[in-house]
Ligand binder design. Sequence first.
Ligand SMILES: C[S@@+](CC[C@H](N)C(=O)[O-])C[C@H]1O[C@@H](n2cnc3c(N)ncnc32)[C@H](O)[C@@H]1O
Length: 163
Amino acid sequence: MRFQPDRNYLSNDNIQTPRPLARAVVEALRPSGRVLEPCAGGGAFLSVLPADSLWCELREGRDFLVWEGQVDWIVTNPPWSKIRAFLRKAFAVADHVAFLMTINHAWTRARLRDAREAGFGIRQILLFNTPKTFPQSGFQLGVVVYTRGYRGPIELRELPGDW
Ligand SMILES: C[S@@+](CC[C@H](N)C(=O)[O-])C[C@H]1O[C@@H](n2cnc3c(N)ncnc32)[C@H](O)[C@@H]1O
């Protein structure tokens, strides 16, 4: 039997954030200064970030992993298969990095070491219900906020709502 690729398969790398969730995240974080959406996709975060925010998107020919510049904030739902590369790049170009992801991925030894070596600490985690359009796994989703130079406790905050 020949292998047939499943053409209906939607990679976790292309799951777009519901706009109401993106809005709730941005209202909670209030990013300011220079802001970058490093993988804009359909523009969920970009549509609620400050109007002059910068953006990348591989499908538009703007690869974040080779992007050059410095910003105050990065806010995104990254391609989940590339979280480590995205985080390391984000630590190199931003002071505050907010990634929407399954929060257990923040606690791998490699991820904790990457943050420590880049001089970042986790300052806040926003917890929210899994959107209906996302894979329904048992893992808790959140926005993990890393801040350069931060060494204090982690604030856990719930974003109420269904998305
Ligand atoms: C999970 S989707 C999320 C899109 C958007 N950030 C959102 O919150 O709705 C991830 C996006 O990352 C893009 N992407 C993957 N690799 C990239 C790269 N190296 N540079 C820029 N964008 C990339 C994909 O094309 C996809 O649109």
